[in-house]
Design a protein around this ligand. Structure first.
Ligand code: ACK
Length: 986
């Protein structure tokens, strides 16, 4: 047909000019299924009608490559219906396909005489099929994709101006389900040239993000669907968090999540993990990148995860890889010794070379040598080191309880974290000393035999450390009422003495001391008893003074009553010796000095001279104020006594304008402190009284008071560390109670803590105790008392004893275990007194082992005689430290309670949440564990309902033990009920 041929010729002319230079490069996120321009040879698509409709026309581009096009231009004839159908196109992985058609289309207005017949659109169809060779597809089987119009049509004038007229239209179709499809173009009377047809689908192309590789991923069927893809870590990397991304419908990756990290020894470079270079390392996947080997270390291969130490340098197991390699320290320097009878003080200075580390400590080795200084052997366990023998952080140690007149060699070893790795000899300084002659230690264990109206036979043990041959013993005795104003002396070479000529029914005090060539030892602690009213002795060997007192009354009936009371008392009390009053306790500890109240001195200055060393003010350097005390500022500073090392000290000052009474009260603390010598009591260095300001100098405690220290370190310590703190305080308090000193204001705020976590009891001021303490409140009797820390009998009628100190100690335990919480929180003092009176006690702090809370409850027994002694508390804590399993069981978290949440006091309280075994251990009845298990009582719920008969039935015959277990079970039951009551119904 003439019109068609004409039209096609100029349509193609235009197309070649436009597309000649276009290259066949597709976007990376498109996968082409068909491109008509790349087909070699004829396309041979199916035209209908076969004649006069779509016609395949080959043309050449400028590179002489043949291109296939289809044209139709029946614009002058009405009712055109020309179909062109492609070959079968395999769908592949695609679910949604895109059809890109490039075509030219003639503007009907530019053609004369075609009005009514010329069209400017064509239709696009598809048909899905699994059959790649459909021969005949009916028109109505095709599904219409769209009617396509030209964005640009052209006229004769346009051609002349060479204006680009090629149209590009893209349509998409989904969801495809069959293996392939056919496309069809329907012409209804337009003048069209199909220049190219490209069919493609979209994918998200392979990519690497955050060191994870994501594969080629075909987009979803829907235009809005996202396909979730999991990435895999690139070589030499590992997953930190699962890497994921989403493939969007347009072939873009979206929302990267998670990542991979390069393995140790590798670092990220250009999206890959590359090995660290020689001389570099990377220890952890979380480290930033490869780092240069730290000083004194090297790496010899690529990809190192650590650097080896240079020869002669080491790293401890806990040193991080980034730390330089270090060396053991050199020997301590300037080791000097100072012999004091059978004690030796060693002092030294730090090694010249620390090895490059901060964890320097010292170990002391003691060897006892023969008279010629040869044949040395280890000193063994009898020797006592202060503060300790091993892992010393200080540069001094005091070694006590050595043998007199003996040669010793001491070595002080400097060690640090790499000493164990170093093959070379350790570095030590050594010194050889000879101990001096020393007087014997005090006589202990005095016993009275054959007490009569006028006499007594005494016997005693040889002193623990005689330090030589005992030449004789001296017995000093006097009537108790007379004090030491008039006393008598008796000497004997044996370990007994018959004392005669005493007055009947009179209390006497005896002291015994031993003498060697070195002189007299100290007198024993006082031994007291009363003479009889009957002429003949009635009590035999080992009688104690309390029982003797009863014998004096001479009433057998009374004696029996006493014994009965005593026995019942023992059965009721867990702490068997607790029956004695604190005043009596000192008799159980012969060998311990008794504290002297400085206010009993007529001239209190005399007490200061006796118990406190006067220090020259020029030896003291005040550095800074650390607090305000009742009498003036408290400072820290340095003390340098002639011939001694400089030490850090705390300095309490007496402010100017003081009265004589204030001066006396201020210095009374020094007179009291100066009498004490114990590692858990703050040590007095001395006083300055000869010039102003008057000062009290004590050892410096780096961590200040315990309550503030605990609050600052909330939750940072292990239970064992906390029990260690409590053990120290209990040991200091045992010492004070052995000396018959009653503290009256034991509280965490009055405990000081040094840099080694050692706790020391402080604050011994006599007036201060009740006047200055901010926690002390006036009672109805007018005195000031720290109510929350004080035992009920001390609040009610001022009965302050070591047993009331034990109550306060229980409160300190609670403060320690709760990291400095205020006892009884914000309850008023009146409410506290009332709650205690009604039998309520503080509950266990959070995570507090039940064994410790049990000990607190014991300290808070209403009857003071039922409370444990400090010696028993120390033993109990030692036992807990030795068996840490007993500290594992806690009662769980108890929230900050109101009054109703305080525990009702139960002598054998135990948490209902524990096992039967734990409970038995907590109440010291673990011996019956098997009886309970065998009888099937395996849960606390079963135990709480047991009766006395049940106890007998399972083989617990002791009435005392039955009582104890039943009362504890009762406590458990009430605890269970309380916990149920506390629960909020949901
Ligand atoms: O809690 P702190 O730091 O510890 O504040 C008070 C303050 O002085 C007033 O008493 C501190 N303090 C008292 N004695 C000593 C001492 N020996 N070593 C260190 N600090 C002390 C106490």
């Amino acid at each position: 047909m003439a019109t068609t041929a004409f039209s096609a010729a100029w349509a193609l002319l235009l197309w070649i000019s436009h597309t000649a230079s276009s290259a066949r490069v597709y976007p990376p996120n498109e996968v082409t299924l068909l491109d008509s321009r790349t087909v070699q040879g004829e396309l041979k698509w199916v035209s209908s009608p076969t004649e006069g409709g779509w016609e395949e026309v080959s043309i050449m581009d400028e590179k002489n490559t043949p291109i296939r096009t289809y044209q139709v231009c029946n614009v002058m004839e009405p009712n055109q219906n020309n179909w062109l159908r492609t070959d079968w196109i395999a769908r592949g992985a695609a679910q949604r396909i895109y059809v890109e058609i490039k075509f030219t289309l003639r503007d009907c207005n530019s053609l004369p005489g075609v009005m009514g017949t010329c069209k400017e659109t064509f239709n696009l169809y598809y048909y899905e099929s699994n059959n790649d060779k459909e021969r005949y597809i009916r028109e109505n089987q095709f599904i219409k994709i769209d009617t396509i119009a030209a964005d640009e049509s052209f006229t004769q004038v346009d051609i002349g101006d060479r204006i680009m007229k090629l149209n590009t239209e893209v349509r998409d179709v989904g969801v495809l389900t069959r293996k392939g499809f056919y496309l069809a173009f329907q012409d209804v009377g337009a003048c069209i040239a199909l220049v190219s047809v490209r069919i493609f689908y979209k994918k998200c192309p392979l990519t690497v993000r955050n060191l994870a590789q994501f594969p080629d991923t075909t987009t979803g069927a829907d235009t809005s669907s996202l396909v979730e893809v999991r990435g895999s870590c690139v070589d030499n990397s590992e997953e930190r968090e699962v890497p994921k991304m989403y493939c969007g419908a347009d072939g873009e990756w979206l929302v990267p999540i998670g990542s991979c990290l390069c393995n140790p020894g590798f670092e990220e470079r250009a999206g890959a993990c590359q090995a660290c270079k020689i001389g570099y390392y990377r220890a952890l996947a979380s480290d930033a990148g490869c780092s240069k080997c730290p000083p004194h270390s090297y790496s010899v291969r690529e990809g190192s995860t650590s650097c080896a130490c240079d020869k002669g340098y080491f790293r401890s197991e806990t040193d991080p890889a980034s730390m330089p390699c270090t060396q053991p320290p050199s020997a301590p320097q300037h080791l000097i010794s100072n012999v004091n009878e059978t004690s030796v003080n060693l002092e030294w200075s730090a090694p010249a070379f620390s090895g490059g580390r901060q964890d320097l400590t010292y170990n002391v080795v003691c060897k006892r040598c023969g008279p010629d200084g040869q044949r040395c052997e280890p000193c063994g366990v009898g020797v006592h080191y202060t503060p300790q023998q091993l892992s010393l952080r200080t540069t001094r140690v005091s070694i006590n309880e050595l043998q007199a007149h003996t040669n010793y060699t001491f070595q002080v070893w400097a060690v640090n974290g790499v000493s164990p790795q170093s093959p070379g000899p350790d570095q030590a300084a050594s010194v050889t000393v000879t101990t001096n002659q020393a007087a014997p230690s005090p006589v202990t264990s005095i016993q009275a035999k054959d007490i009569t109206r006028h006499g007594v036979s005494l016997a005693w043990q040889q002193p623990e450390r005689p330090n030589g041959v005992i030449l004789e013993y001296e017995v000093k005795y006097y009537e108790k009422d007379q004090n030491e104003r008039s006393y008598r002396i008796m000497k004997t070479s044996s370990r007994s003495a018959d004392i005669k000529g005493l007055s009947p029914l009179t209390s006497y005090v005896f002291h015994v001391r031993a003498r060697t060539a070195a002189g007299y030892g100290e007198f024993s602690t006082p031994f007291e008893f009363m003479t009889n009213s009957v002429p003949s002795p009635i009590i035999g060997d080992g009688a104690n003074s309390t029982v003797l007192l009863v014998s004096v009354i001479g009433s057998v009936v009374l004696l029996l009553i006493f014994i009965a009371v005593f026995v019942i008392g023992r059965r009721r009390s867990k702490y068997s010796k607790a029956k004695q009053d604190s005043d009596e306790e000192k008799h159980l500890h012969p060998g311990v000095r008794i504290y002297v109240d400085p206010f009993t001195y007529e001239d209190p200055n005399q007490a200061v001279r006796e118990f406190a060393k006067e220090i020259d003010a020029s030896c003291i350097k005040i550095e800074k104020v650390i607090g305000i005390g009742e009498f003036g500022e408290v400072c820290s500073g340095r003390l340098k006594m002639p011939g001694k090392r400089e030490i850090c000290v705390a300095i309490k000052t007496l402010k100017a304008g003081y009265t004589e009474k204030q001066r006396r009260d201020f210095l009374s603390e020094a007179s009291i402190m100066g009498q004490f010598d114990h590692p858990n009591i703050i040590r007095l260095e001395g006083v300055v009284t000869k010039c102003k300001p008057v000062m009290i100098i004590t050892e410096y405690m780096e961590n200040g008071s315990l309550d503030a220290f605990l609050r600052k370190n909330d939750g940072r310590f292990t239970v064992i560390q906390l029990v260690g703190i409590l053990r120290g305080i209990a040991s200091g308090m045992k010492y004070l109670s052995d000396m018959s000193y009653v503290h009256r204001d034991l509280a965490a705020r009055n405990i000081l803590v040094n840099s080694n976590l050692v706790c020391k009891v402080s604050d011994f001021g006599m007036s201060r105790v009740l006047e200055e303490d901010p926690d002390a409140a006036y009672t109805t009797r007018g005195g000031k008392i720290p109510i929350r820390w004080t035992a009920p009998e001390a609040i009610a009628y001022r009965k302050f004893t070591s047993a009331s100190d034990v109550w306060s100690y229980g409160i300190v335990m609670w403060e320690v275990m709760s990291y400095g919480e205020r006892p009884y929180w914000d309850m008023s003092n009146q409410d506290v007194i009332k709650a205690i009176e009604e039998g309520y006690r503080l509950p266990p702090p959070m995570d507090c082992p039940i064994s410790l809370h049990q000990l607190m409850l014991d300290c808070w027994q209403k009857e003071r005689a039922e409370r444990p002694k400090f010696s028993q508390i120390v033993n109990m804590l030692d036992k807990l430290i030795r068996n840490p399993n007993t500290l594992k069981r806690t009662g769980g978290e108890i929230a900050r309670p109101n009054t109703t949440l305080l525990e009702p006091s139960s002598p054998e309280f135990s948490s209902p949440l524990g096992t039967v075994s734990d409970w038995l251990t907590a109440i010291n009845m673990e011996r019956y564990r098997d009886n309970f298990t065998a009888a099937g009582y395996t849960t606390p719920e079963a135990v709480v309902h047991m009766t006395q008969e049940d106890m007998t039935r399972i083989g617990i015959s002791s009435a005392a033990h039955q009582d104890k277990i039943l009362s504890s079970a009762q406590g458990m039951l009430s605890q269970m009920q309380q916990i149920q009551d506390r629960m909020v119904p949901v």
